[in-house]
Write a protein that binds this ligand. Sequence first.
Ligand code: ATP
Length: 353
Amino acid sequence: MIRLHNVSKTYQLKGRRDGVARSVQALKQVDFHVPAGQIHGVIGLSGAGKSTLIRCVNLLERPTTGTVTVDGRELTGLSRQALNQARHGMGMIFQHFNLLTNRTVFANVALPLELMGMPRSEIRSRVTPLLELVGLADKASQHPAQLSGGQKQRVAIARALASRPKVLLCDEATSALDPQTTGSILALLRDINQQLGLTILLITHEMEVVKSICHRVSLISDGELVEEAEVGDFFTSPSTHLGREFLNDFLKLEPPRALIERLEESPGPHTHPVVRLAFRGDAVAAPLVSRLARECGVDVSILQAKVESIQERTLGLMIAELMGPAAKTREALDYLESHDLKVEVLGHVQRDA
Ligand SMILES: Nc1ncnc2c1ncn2[C@@H]1O[C@H](COP(=O)(O)OP(=O)(O)OP(=O)(O)O)[C@@H](O)[C@H]1O
């Protein structure tokens, strides 16, 4: 449904440095595909290029090179008029809602339809069910100033859906909301995705958003997409250092500081491995620790552990020190890997320390 091919974006900055024009390369050769009906999240640190990426999808920012295709139409090749037409197929919501303060809730939702030249009676029959869908039927005649942040975002969602788009772009849509309101807006987006089959692309810096509603996630760093995975896989075993940092920060699952300071990169003659274990499905319930002791002769000292629900899946995470002779702890690591656990050796600590 959404396809970016080799998209780069360079912003030209004002002024020159040492006689040379200054520029920022915000996107670097991005290739990206979101199939129809998916909720796809793009996560990254501040300045990584998330907003630029999402704004390139509806050409609010025009890529410097590359092509953008939405619903089979290559937008980068369209005339201005054809592009305006194609944009009706894409709704967008923003962090700060971008409502018109002098218009009522009803009139805000009606605006895109008025701009399309739709007759009044048709507008009414389109807007009323949308306000019901977002739970604001009783607020139709109020103004944005009379609404909470969550209600304002609901108006923005109804407005974005007014032209019956196939794609909804969400630019940090919950970043200005408290956790509870965030939850209700995410639930609404999930309903819309399921009921209307809408394809949703969202950018966020919050792992909670990705965890709650996304099917797949991409990680952007310094203008490049560095990782992409199913959400369940990303939360079990991110493949990049940055992905692991995001995950650890979210899960707050780090070895104790005193232990981190003692961690050595390579094993020595008298060291124990410290591991992060991620397990899901059947392995979550398995009496892992006692089995390691029984079957491998290795004692497990659990430093931290937690169980997370990632959508319909259960994910267990543990940081543990495996204590025993080197040959036995190696055997234990093989045992864990052969039982469908993701094992990451974080380092090694001296046995007698
Ligand atoms: N209009 C612009 N002119 C010049 N540089 C820009 C412009 N917009 C963004 N940039 C630069 O491009 C890079 C990517 O910015 P972008 O806003 O896409 O990142 P982001 O990941 O959305 O960041 P944040 O989470 O802080 O909003 C940054 O270095 C930023 O300073």
